[in-house]
Design a protein around this ligand. Sequence first.
Ligand SMILES: CC(=O)[C@@H](O)[C@H](O)COP(=O)(O)O
Ligand SMILES: NCC(=O)COP(=O)(O)O
Length: 237
Amino acid sequence: MTKLSVNINKIATLRNARGGDRPNVVQVAKDCERFGAQGITVHPRPDERHIRYRDVYDLHEIVTTEFNIEGNPTPDFLRMVLDIKPAQVTLVPDAPDAITSNAGWDTIRNKDFLKDIIHKLKESGIRTSIFVDPDLSMLEGAAAVDTDRVELYTEAYASGYHQNRDAAIATYVQASEKAAELGLGLNAGHDLDLDNLKYLKDNLLNLQEVSIGHALVCDALYFGLENTIQLYLRQLQ
Ligand SMILES: CC(=O)[C@@H](O)[C@H](O)COP(=O)(O)O
Ligand SMILES: NCC(=O)COP(=O)(O)O
């Protein structure tokens, strides 16, 4: 089974546009779960332009499915996740000024840094995942830092899907096989949508979870949140 974790960063972006509390991110998270989401993902950034640290604490109180907190492991981020102890923390190497995540970790160059953080998170009972490109040496590096899972950065797959989906998925299939061989759990995310999701799910070995935000929230404008979540869940059957 591949779980759907809904990334609600874009809900916070909409709220922040007016400075009030509409839409209310806690209520949206509750509703995503009520409509069938099997997890809630947030990705706080240092400038809090999307989800805020306060939101993450508030969400921790109410999320009853799997709470996945993604982010660059700055001291503030680590303090927060070690305090909250969510089900999963996904480490992402995004620069503070990046519009969105745009690369996976270099797990070889950052070996000691990642190993130390992963050890601290696992010691606190938190499942770890690290964001990586579908590069076999990066997966070997991920196994060497003892992470529980990797999240494959799917931007390249998504952008190549409509031109040639076989070519777009090839490295991801190899990466999923490598992850299985190395005993790493497998998540995937970034730019997944109603067009490209099923083919990814059908072709990757042991895909345990996808986190989807941007396209899902855009689709919800047309189909409504409940219908949209059901449409995504259907792609994962
Ligand atoms: C790691 C990843 O790909 C997502 O967390 C992505 O960064 C979504 O976050 P935004 O919607 O805030 O860009
Ligand atoms: N980890 C990926 C994620 O949470 C959502 O990415 P996107 O669907 O907003 O591109």
